[in-house]
Design a protein around this ligand. Structure first.
Ligand code: RIB
Length: 297
């Protein structure tokens, strides 16, 4: 059972601020730290630290030379990561406030330079036993999904960050969706923050898919085959919520692929993301399965 994650690799420039900037404001930051990140890279690290065999595919560029090493240290295979020497690496500017909340400005860089040839080459190594994981931070998701569907891979999509490109994807091919409540409302095309109303609408659109919604402090809920399973959060002192959702995705998926039931997988993912928010940064904050199991809440 292998997981192919075709996704972004970013350098995160994280600025500690008293509060998130408002329009027209200039604010002195307390510190700047540089972390490995990108929803793609973070999810690969989470999947590998949760114990799966993970292959990351994507492109880094100038300034992101260390990112391949981060994946390798987590046990992720990097044969399908290309280094574009003349292109800036994907990166972000992240404000991290005193409550641990953040806001993220994203620059695509090398993540937006995936070629058709690259997609064909990578997918030629995978088949129907394998699982594909995608987010919305690279440019070739339509082609990747078409190819993966043709080859019978299980397809997992985290439609984040949500934008107009999502509507162009062959969404009926998706087996598992991971969304927060904002993305769920955008996917459903309705104005609501009621998780059950969101799920009613999403179930009608994607009747075959497993739908996983993260709800911040209100926990998470999964809808699958007519059943809704709910999970509370594990309360901790949050220092940085960056990559909490990516950690949740990696650990939930690892649980399902290892045969846990939905409740067990939600509980594992909830514990893992709680541990992640007690630590600064994106990828460096993601715990191993052992650390999650040993953590006392
Ligand atoms: O989900 C968190 C990630 O979103 C950050 O690491 C940042 O790179 C952005 O992609």
């Amino acid at each position: 059972m292998r997981v192919l994650n075709f996704g972004s690799l970013n350098v995160d420039y994280v600025y500690k601020v008293d509060h998130i900037l408002v329009r027209g404001e200039t604010l002195q930051s307390g510190s700047r730290r540089i972390f490995s990140g990108g929803k793609g890279l973070n999810q690969s690290v989470a999947l590998a630290r949760a114990g799966l065999e993970v292959y990351h595919a994507g492109s880094t560029g100038q300034g992101g030379e260390f990112l391949t090493g981060v994946l390798e240290d987590a046990g992720v295979h990097t044969d399908f990561v290309r280094v574009l020497k003349d292109t800036p690496c994907g990166h972000t500017v992240i404000q991290n406030d005193k409550d641990g909340d953040n806001c993220i400005l994203l620059f695509g860089g090398a993540n937006q330079c995936i070629t058709d040839e690259q997609v064909d080459e990578v997918l030629s190594h995978f088949g129907s036993e394998d699982t594909l994981v995608l987010q919305n931070e690279i440019n070739a998701n339509v082609k990747i999904m078409e190819k993966a569907h043709e080859k019978g891979l299980t397809i997992v999509l985290n439609p984040s960050p949500f934008d107009e490109k999502i509507a162009a994807l062959p969404l009926s091919y998706v087996d598992i969706f991971f969304m927060n409540e904002i993305e769920a409302a955008q996917m459903a095309g309705i104005r609501s923050d009621d998780p059950d109303a969101l799920l009613d609408s999403l179930e009608a659109k994607f009747p075959e898919a497993r739908l996983v919604l993260t709800l911040g402090g209100a926990g998470s809920v999964c809808s699958f085959r007519g059943e809704r399973t709910r999970q509370q959060i594990y309360p901790v002192h949050a220092v940085d919520t960056t990559a909490a959702g990516d950690t949740f995705t990696g650990f939930f998926l690892s649980g399902i692929l290892r045969g846990l039931d939905t409740k067990e997988a939600l509980d594992l993912a909830s514990r893992a993301s709680a541990v992640a928010v007690t630590r600064p940064g994106a990828a460096p904050s993601i715990p191993t399965l052992k650390e999650v199991e040993a953590y006392r809440f």
